[in-house]
Design a protein around this ligand. Structure first.
Ligand SMILES: [Zn+2]
Length: 301
C-alpha cells in the first residue's frame, strides 16, 4: 500500500506540476508523513458530515480544524504562499434531513495567471459506516477518504516549496461527499460563480489501496476514471461531437491520457501504469469530480 500511496501522490502532484508549469520538478512525497496524516484523521473517531462540528476531539469539526491548521502551518513555512479559506453553505435534503453546514477547507496557491488557469487537487474528509445516516459509530475512513485527504495535504506541502508559477492551485478537503457529493458541488458552483477557469480537477478518492475485492494484490497500477459523453453537453452538442468523430476526445478523457503519458515519461524511475477507465466512475458509483464535470470543468478520478 505504501508504495502505491506514494505513487498516487506522485501522479496528483506530477499532473498538476506540468499543468502549472513549475520551474523544477517537485520533491518526492514521503510515505511516513502520509501514514501519520491518515492515522491522525482516523483518530477523530468519525468524520461523518452529521457528526459534531464543535467537539474538540471527535467528529468532522475537529477533523476540519486539524486539516485547516495543517494548511496554516504549511503556509507559514512558505512565507504565506498559501491562503486558507473555508467555503460554507447550509444544505438539507436526502441524507441530510435536518440540514447541516457543509464546510470545505481550502488552501490556495496563487499563480501568475490568477483565476484564468486553476487546478484543483481534492479529496473528501468526511467518512461513514455502512448505514450512511449513522453519525455516531466509529467510521475511521482510512482509505475512504483519509488516504485522499492525506494526499491533498502532502501535495500542498510539496508544491508550496515551488516558486510561484502559472497556475493557481486549489488544495481542497471536501465535506459531505457521502451525503450526496455536497462539498464537491459547493466547490464547483463557487468556481463557476467566481469565474475560475478550471483547467483540471483531480479527485483523489481512495488512493493507494492495493488489495482488490477479489483478493488480488496489485501495487503497480493506478486507475484513472474519465467521462466520455460529457455531462455538460446538450444532445445537439453530443451529436455534433459524434459526427466529428471526437466522442473519445473530451477534456476529461484528454486529461486521463495526459496522466497516462506522464506516468510513463516524467517518472521513469517509478514502475507505475495508469489504467485508464473509460467511464466517469466505477459502475453505478460517484465521486466529487462529478459536480465539476456537470459544470463543464475537466475532471478525473
Ligand atoms: Zn470516497
Amino acid at each position: 500500500m505504501k508504495k502505491l500511496f506514494v505513487c498516487a501522490c506522485i501522479i496528483a502532484i506530477g499532473l498538476a506540476a506540468p499543468l502549472a508549469a513549475l520551474a523544477s520538478p517537485p520533491a518526492t512525497p514521503k510515505a511516513e508523513r502520509l501514514k501519520a496524516d491518515v492515522e491522525k484523521l482516523v483518530s477523530f473517531g468519525t468524520r461523518h458530515t452529521l457528526s459534531s462540528a464543535t467537539d474538540p476531539k471527535r467528529g468532522i469539526g475537529a477533523a476540519r480544524k486539524w486539516a485547516q491548521s495543517k494548511f496554516v502551518k504549511i503556509a507559514k513555512a512558505c512565507n504565506g504562499c498559501l491562503q486558507t479559506e473555508l467555503l460554507e453553505r447550509n444544505m438539507s435534503g436526502p441524507r441530510i434531513p435536518n440540514g447541516v453546514n457543509i464546510v470545505d477547507v481550502l488552501a490556495i496557491k496563487p499563480g501568475k495567471m490568477g483565476w484564468d488557469h486553476v487546478i484543483i487537487i481534492a479529496g473528501h474528509i468526511d467518512s461513514r459506516v455502512s448505514d450512511v445516516m449513522d453519525f455516531t459509530k466509529d467510521a475511521p475512513g482510512a482509505s475512504d477518504d483519509g488516504s485522499g485527504s492525506a494526499l491533498v495535504i502532502e501535495a500542498a506541502r510539496i508544491m508550496s516549496q515551488q516558486p510561484q508559477n502559472g497556475a493557481t492551485i486549489v488544495f481542497a478537503l471536501l465535506s459531505g461527499e457521502e451525503q450526496g457529493l455536497r462539498g464537491g458541488r459547493l466547490l464547483a458552483e463557487t468556481a463557476k460563480e467566481r469565474g475560475w477557469k478550471v483547467s483540471a480537477k483531480l479527485n483523489n478518492d481512495i488512493v493507494g489501496g492495493t488489495l482488490g475485492t477479489d483478493g488480488r494484490k496489485v501495487d503497480n497500477v493506478v486507475r484513472v476514471f474519465s467521462e466520455g459523453i460529457r455531462a455538460s453537453e446538450d444532445l445537439a452538442g453530443q451529436m455534433a461531437r459524434r459526427n466529428s468523430g471526437v466522442e473519445d476526445d473530451g477534456p476529461s478523457r484528454s486529461l486521463m491520457r495526459f496522466a497516462d503519458k506522464l506516468a510513463a515519461q516524467a517518472y521513469p524511475e517509478v514502475t507505475l501504469d495508469v489504467f485508464g477507465v473509460r467511464r466517469p466512475d466505477r459502475f453505478a458509483r460517484g465521486g466529487d469530480h462529478l459536480p465539476a464535470l456537470g459544470l463543464g470543468f475537466p475532471a478525473i478520478r
